[in-house]
Write a protein that binds this ligand. Sequence first.
Ligand code: DQA
Length: 155
Amino acid sequence: MKKIINVLLINGPNLNLLGTREIEIYGNLTLTDLINDLHKKSKKLNISLQDIQSNAENILIDAIHSSKNKNIHYIIINPAAFTHTSIAIRDALIGVEIPFIEVHISNIYAREHFRSHSWLSDISSGVICGLGLDGYYWALKTIYNRLIKSNNKKT
Ligand code: DQA
C-alpha cells in the first residue's frame, strides 16, 4: 500500500492578491490558479494537500498549532512579509516540531535590504526563493523525495 503524506500549505499576507499584485514580481496567476494546480500535482505524488491563506498572524499561528492534531507530516510556508518580522510564527513552527520548507516567489536577496532577513530560514528544512510559483512545486517534490521515494527504496 502506498504511503500518503499530509502536507499543509500556508500562504501569508497579501498573497491573496496574486495575479493583480506587482505582476512584474509575482506573475499573473492567481492564488486559486496556484492552489488548483498544486492539488493536481499533489495527487500524482501521493500527497494529501491542505491549504490556508490568511492576512492575520494569529490565524497562521493557529493553523500551525492545529497541524499537530491533523497529523500533518510537512508544512510548506510562504510567510510573505511575516518572514521578516514574526518571531511568533518562528516559535509556533518550533513548538509543533513539524518540518517545513520556506518558499518565496521572488528572490528576497535581490530586493530591498529588509527582505534579506528571515526569522524562519535557520530552523527550516529548506528554503526556495526566486523560482516564481514553480518554487511551491519543487517544495512538494522535495517532500515526496524525502518521505515517499526514500521509504520506497528501503522496502
Ligand atoms: C514574498 C517575499 C516577501 O518579502 C514579501 O513580503 C511577500 C512575498 C515572496 O513570495 O517573494 O509578500 O514572500
